[in-house]
Design a protein around this ligand. Structure first.
Ligand code: BES
Ligand code: ZN
Ligand code: MN
Length: 497
């Protein structure tokens, strides 16, 4: 499927763009269109009849064979609005558009909806959001179905006002195409069931990524190496499955200097039963998504390599499985982490923080400028922030703001939660240095507090809890926060601050 950017002038002059046209009409009787094609008297008349005497929300009218306009068909979406849209309304409209396109089985169309003004947003934003929504909606995961889902869309022309810099916007389109490819890779990996997608499978994918791209290096830390490094918290979680692998992807985009890398650490529990602190079986199938943090690290490394960003990034995929076995770790166990701190395991279902704490300690070997961990860490995050916002917790205001700036640019939402010393009391243990469970209040903050114990003084740390955003209510991966962090890294590679 190809998306093209076409100027309004070109669209009006060239009848090749008129096969199927999607346009809009506002529900006031004001026919101020941005495009003269739709201002045809005949069409105006029909719109009046169909839309205004028939007060339906989002009524579509489809006109076939409008000969004098050389139009095969025209699909008009009625907008309950006046003149200017906000972000939300625009996104709903584009969703509506792409779903009609899928339903009607049209394979080539021109879309005039991009001409609608959106408050405080430019064409740069509209192109990225439109492309993202189109790609999200035509994405399918049907490799386990006998019959493939057929979507016929071959070409979508987005019509833009003439005064745009088309060279610049085509670069933006290239960029978003790479990012949506990366998002789809993350979705594909995340949607796989755990009987296929285990730590070995993901590590092989990483190896493959490195073999196909010479700027990406790959390294594996296996169980033996973890033992010699003293990564006992990571190893404890892995006792029931015996298959831990920490995969490392190094992207060296800063050719001429050895700038300290940004380290991304992704939680990669390919299935989380809870261990001996067994989960309830209701919706336990969702725990195949407990590797979405790692899958997004994979997608981000793919994206920044294809974008050739001038930046150094190290991706760490902390892969393991939290299973039940006679060898499984137990509540009450005390383990010594790689940092030297001891942890009392109160609940084996709080396993994410245990693999992450050793991964964080390991990451200091790279002298990171920023450590970013990405994890489906707490159910509490879904309770507090729902499915729209990823939880952001950090010890650094500046970088938190940079994340929030990127988030607002590309609509991959985050909300910052506080990190205060007071919460540390919750995880003080009577017999070890800390314990892996708090008193049940503010679980997302407690989990971050636990991780903060492993962050060294003066280092910058960003924690993203994606439990509510990594997959949706249909149990499909969203590919979040690939776009957020790729945009953050794009911005970093441009600023020299
Ligand atoms: N992977 C879960 C968190 C999770 C829950 C992600 C639901 C997505 C949807 C994590 O390992 C976990 O089990 N967390 C526990 C922590 C608790 C035992 C402190 C939780 O949130 O219940
Ligand atoms: Zn988990
Ligand atoms: Mn768990």
């Amino acid at each position: 499927m190809k998306i093209n950017l076409i100027s309004n002038k070109e669209f009006n002059e060239n009848i090749n763009y008129r096969k199927s046209v999607f346009s809009y009409v506002f529900d006031n009787e004001n026919f101020e269109y941005n495009n003269k094609l739709i201002c045809n008297e005949y069409i105006k008349k029909i719109i009046k009849k169909e839309l205004f005497y028939n007060k339906l929300k989002y009524k579509n009218i489809i006109l076939y064979d409008i000969n004098d306009l050389k139009l095969d068909n025209l699909i008009i979406i009625k907008c309950i609005n006046n003149l200017e849209f906000d972000d939300y309304e625009y996104k709903i409209l584009i969703k509506k558009f792409i779903n009609i396109l899928i339903d009607t089985n049209i394979n080539e169309c021109s879309c005039l909806l991009t001409l609608i003004p959106v408050i405080n947003r430019d064409y740069n934003w509209k192109i990225r959001i439109t492309t993202k929504i189109i790609k999200d909606n035509i994405y399918k995961f049907d490799r386990f179905k006998k019959d493939n889902i057929k979507i016929n869309i071959k070409k979508i022309n987005l019509i833009l006002s003439d005064d745009n810099d088309f060279e610049y916007l085509n670069n933006i389109l290239n960029e978003i195409n790479i990012i949506t490819d990366a998002i789809n890779l993350t979705k594909n990996l995340s949607n796989l069931p755990s009987n296929i997608c285990n730590p070995l499978y993901i590590s092989e994918k990483c190896k493959e990524l490195s073999l196909n791209n010479r700027d990406i290096l790959y390294e594996n830390i296996d169980k033996k190496k973890m033992e010699s490094l003293g990564m006992n918290a990571y190893l404890s979680v892995s006792m029931g499955s015996n298959n831990p692998i920490m995969s490392i992807l190094k992207y060296n985009g800063c050719k001429n200097n050895f700038k300290n890398p940004i380290v991304l650490i992704g939680k990669g529990i390919t299935f989380d039963t809870g261990g001996i602190s067994l989960k309830n079986s209701y919706n336990m199938d969702e725990m195949k998504f407990d590797m979405c943090g790692a899958a997004s690290v994979y997608g981000i490394i793919y994206a920044i390599n294809k974008l050739k960003l001038n930046i150094n990034v190290i991706g760490i995929l902390s892969l393991s499985e939290n299973l039940i076995d006679k060898k499984s770790y137990r509540p009450g166990d005390i383990v010594k982490t790689m940092s030297g701190k001891t942890v009392e395991i109160i609940n084996t279902d709080a396993e994410g923080r245990l693999i992450l704490c050793d991964s964080i300690t390991y990451s200091y070997k790279f002298n990171p400028s920023i450590i970013i961990d990405i994890a489906t860490l707490t159910g509490a995050c879904i309770i507090s922030l729902g499915n729209n916002f990823s939880g952001l917790i950090s010890n650094n205001d500046f970088e938190s703001n940079e994340i929030i700036v990127a988030s607002n640019e590309i609509d991959d939402k985050v909300w910052r939660l506080p990190l205060i010393k007071d919460n540390q009391n919750q995880i003080n243990s009577n017999i070890a240095d800390i314990k892996n469970l708090g008193d049940g209040k503010c679980g997302t903050i407690t989990a971050a507090c636990f991780l903060f114990n492993f962050i060294k003084k003066n280092s910058i740390w960003i924690h993203l809890d994606i439990a509510g955003t990594a997959y949706d209510e249909n149990k499909k991966s969203t590919g979040r926060p690939v776009y957020l962090l790729t945009q953050f890294l794009i911005n970093k590679s441009k600023n020299i601050r």
